[in-house]
Design a protein around this ligand. Structure first.
Ligand SMILES: [Zn+2]
Length: 136
């Protein structure tokens, strides 16, 4: 229940931030979810919404919006940058494998320019809160 644990962390942060900002009611939050994050967005959105409801009046009407952050890789050898769709020689099932288990991405991905397996992930990981909107 990975999605519920993440949702709990998001709600805790929203509560903390809304207190800091002096918000009585949170109307909307926007989340950014990395393409490589192992998450079912529908379950996650449901979890965030459900947890918001049980937190009391302050979050009861909170709307949740989500954006998927595309993954960006950078080659350590030639500094080339590319995204998941541009990875060379990847078959459909390999793309699936990455979505299921990002830690195996390194086993499949090569730099499309120089074919090096030595790269870093610049973005597309984790979950972050882009903004919290509310009334004070
Ligand atoms: Zn390269």
């Amino acid at each position: 229940m990975h999605e519920w644990a993440l949702a709990e962390a998001v709600i805790a942060t929203v509560i903390e931030e809304s207190r800091k900002e002096g918000l009585k009611e949170v109307t909307k939050i926007k989340l950014k979810i990395g393409e490589l994050q192992q998450i079912e967005t529908e379950i996650f959105e449901f979890a965030v919404t459900e947890l918001a409801k049980v937190q009391g009046v302050g979050l009861a009407k909170m709307k949740v919006e989500m954006d998927i952050e595309r993954a960006v890789f950078r080659c350590r050898v030639c500094r080339n940058e590319w995204g998941l769709g541009e990875t060379s020689g990847m078959r459909e099932e390999e793309t699936e494998a990455i979505h299921l288990a990002p830690e195996v991405a390194h086993a499949y991905i090569r730099c499309p320019s120089c074919k090096s397996p030595d790269f870093e992930v610049l973005q597309g990981r984790g979950v972050s809160i882009e903004y919290i909107k509310g009334t004070g």
